[in-house]
Design a protein around this ligand. Structure first.
Ligand SMILES: Nc1nc2c(ncn2[C@@H]2O[C@H](COP(=O)(O)OP(=O)(O)O)[C@@H](O)[C@H]2O)c(=O)[nH]1
Ligand SMILES: [Mg+2]
Ligand SMILES: [Zn+2]
Length: 314
């Protein structure tokens, strides 16, 4: 029997089978997966094969190859990673220009991580109702910037009585039938969005994960919440970005789409776009074809890399 892992609590995995049953499962024996040293061999989003027991529980006997996955380093000491989720169709990054302020560095690091993992991102600008005229103008500017680069942007208000063109329900067609990771700084409105988009039956689950968030439960377990018309939202307490990922010298540029485009005209193929003569990126920043905020985010990630951190610190 094949199924999708929708929840992980310690050694138990909740699996939704292809024929619609929900079965609590455990791993059988030792799984050694190619190339990944992880503390959890199975993650939410994984497709697995089950051997169902007489008691109605099951053993996971096989994990299908992942299309993609996101990881978090377990600790500074170990080289092991914790797989947060697998097989994502997209990520929804919730941003607030204010209350709390989401920095462009945070947004750009998230986007770079998503490029590295090849996960499309939708930028959701929340709390429309709270913004002043100046803040709204700034938000419009950001939306113009990110749409020009090629990212989908949506302005919403998650609290009651939102004007229809700011309603959260505009997100539904973007989410139906897809596996979406919900991300963003604490306080931007992720739980509010989940509660609004999920039907009554799932609301309780969302509240339970809120309990996890408040620290009663310190361990963080990922969970997939089923949308009414199919598809899932992945609520991963504490996830802010794509965590650690190795940044190759040449690759960093390619995680910034518009910088990558200009870099093809740089004089040197190994140009870092910081000081080199004939650098087309520096010229494009000067001519305002590349925004300073994006270029600064690029520099901050380059600095991490040069300090040997090899990680995006979200
Ligand atoms: N005014 C306003 N408040 C919002 C909006 N969305 C969320 N909030 C509030 O922001 C606070 C944090 O929201 P929450 O969903 O807990 O954020 P999370 O930490 O990302 O899960 C709560 O008090 C929400 O009621 C919005 O669109 N407008
Ligand atoms: Mg929350
Ligand atoms: Zn260059």
């Amino acid at each position: 029997m094949r199924g999708l892992v929708i929840k992980n609590t310690g050694s138990w995995y909740t699996v939704k089978t292809d024929d619609g049953r929900v079965i609590e499962s455990k791993i059988k024996g030792n799984f050694r997966l190619r190339g990944i040293r992880s503390t959890n061999p199975v993650a939410v989003g994984d497709y697995v094969h089950l051997i169902i027991n007489k008691e109605g529980t099951a053993f996971i006997s096989e994990i299908e190859d992942r299309r993609n996955y996101i990881v978090r380093k377990s600790s500074n000491l170990s080289k092991q990673s914790h797989i947060l989720a697998a097989n994502l169709d997209q990520a929804l990054l919730v941003i607030t220009v204010n209350y709390p302020e989401t920095s462009t560095i945070f947004i750009d690091r998230f986007l770079a991580g998503a490029e590295a993992y090849r996960v499309p991102v939708i930028l959701v600008f929340n709390k429309y109702d709270l913004l002043s005229e100046d803040e709204l103008r700034y938000q419009k500017g950001l939306i113009h910037l990110y749409e020009t680069i090629g990212y989908k942007c949506v302005e919403v208000q998650s609290t009651e009585n939102a004007p229809s063109d700011k309603s959260l329900h505009r997100l539904r067609p973007l989410l139906d039938g897809k596996v979406t990771l919900l991300a963003g700084n604490s306080g931007v409105g992720k739980s509010t969005i989940i509660n609004e988009l999920l039907p009554e039956a799932n609301r309780r689950t969302a509240e339970i994960s809120d309990v996890h968030n408040t620290g009663i439960h310190t361990t963080t377990f990922s969970e997939m919440l089923e949308l009414p018309k199919g598809g899932y939202l992945i609520d991963t307490p504490g996830i802010k970005g794509f965590g650690t990922f190795d940044i190759d010298k040449e690759e960093l540029t390619s995680y910034f789409r518009e910088i990558f485009k200009f870099s093809e005209q740089c004089k040197f193929s190994n140009c870092t776009h910081t000081h080199e003569p004939g650098c087309a990126v520096l010229k494009a920043v000067e001519d305002h074809y590349i925004s300073e905020s994006r270029y600064n985010s690029y520099l901050s990630m380059l600095e991490d890399k040069e300090e040997g951190k090899y990680r995006a610190a979200f």
